[in-house]
Ligand binder design. Structure first.
Ligand SMILES: [Zn+2]
Length: 326
């Protein structure tokens, strides 16, 4: 599962072993890894947390210098080589996880150790889009109790963002989507009103401004469409409104708005993985699900589990992988 609008891996990273959302248990422990044990339940995450760099040490950032997502890397950090091969040719890693394979090798900084009682077939989605949407609202937009929030895009990420607004106590959660069939499902995650831009002959930000006496208090954009991003920004109230961009745009997109929209005290923010640090924060997101504080907007259980080997030294890990492929 990979967002289509994200930058592509360079040709030299093909053949790649794909996959980025999965769960698993640890099979191999490698010298130097001290905070995990064999049998631990972990979520492999496409971005990482080394706990040493200035980003990891900052309370405000999760953009780890060492392990942030890099679609072009395709290899392990310690020796610049892949742990996958077929007939002597390397198969490159994909965003550090490569979880479509039954066995994989992941940097220890990209593994979140979670509650072993958590249902792995459900919480695996917390390693990507669901936490992204939830965190965008809870950690970045931070709507106050009783406030109004617009969610652009009601896919899984948008529903998670709506769930964040519901948890925050927002009184009006306005879902915006071109697909009207999504509204019923969205109600389960707190969406109270629905706007389909196709139903109106004026810009959607004007529709929302009319509905809310000047604009919503917060908006979260989860589509990756640059026009939706601009609408999400322009629909927040002047004076205090905050818009958060979550979706990943196309390479050549440009965000265009009149500077007065900013000068009138609207704030535009962006977030990566909901501002969650994978190792420090994702275990608590799993607990939110376990304690029924938050719901996960994915109905189906995901059937596969993987065995995760931790990288640092690779001799044992290579053995695990080669057993699987050959
Ligand atoms: Zn770091």
């Amino acid at each position: 599962m990979y967002t289509s609008g994200k930058p592509r891996a360079k040709p030299h990273c093909f053949l790649a072993s794909l996959g980025m959302k999965q769960e698993g248990s640890l099979r191999v422990l490698v010298k130097g890894v001290t905070d995990l044990e064999p049998g631990d339940h972990v979520l492999p995450v496409f971005t990482g947390e080394c706990k040493e760099c200035r980003h990891c040490k900052s309370e405000e950032s999760n953009m780890c210098d060492l392990l942030r997502i890099n679609t072009d890397r395709g290899v392990m950090l310690n020796d610049g080589k892949s742990r996958f091969s077929i007939r002597g040719q390397p198969i490159y890693h994909f965003v550090g996880t490569s979880t479509f394979s039954e066995y994989t090798v992941v940097h220890v900084g990209c593994l979140a150790k979670i509650n072993p009682a958590a249902p792995l077939d459900k919480v695996c989605v917390l390693s990507c889009g669901i936490s992204t949407g939830l965190g965008a609202t809870l950690n970045v937009a931070k709507p106050k109790k009783g406030s109004s929030v617009a969610i652009f895009g009601l896919g899984a990420v948008g529903l998670a963002a709506a769930e964040g607004a519901r948890i925050s106590g927002a009184s009006r959660i306005i879902g915006v989507d071109l697909n009207a069939s999504r509204f019923n499902e969205a109600k389960k995650f707190g969406v109270t009103e629905f706007v389909n831009p196709k139903d109106h002959d004026k810009p959607v930000h004007e529709v929302i401004a009319e509905m809310t006496n000047g604009g919503v208090d917060r908006s979260v954009e989860c589509t990756g469409s640059v026009s939706a991003m601009i609408s999400a920004f322009e629909c927040v109230h002047d004076g205090w409104g905050v818009a958060v961009l979550v979706g990943v745009p196309n390479k050549d997109d440009a965000f265009k708005t009149h500077p007065m929209n900013v000068l009138n005290e609207r704030t535009l923010k962006g977030t990566f993985f909901g501002n969650y640090k994978p190792r420090s924060d994702i275990p608590s997101v799993v607990e939110k699900y376990m304690n029924k504080v938050a719901s996960i907007p994915v109905n189906q259980s995901l059937p596969r589990r993987i065995i995760v080997s931790i990288s640092v030294d690779l001799k044992q890990s290579v053995y695990e992988i080669s057993q699987n492929i050959h």
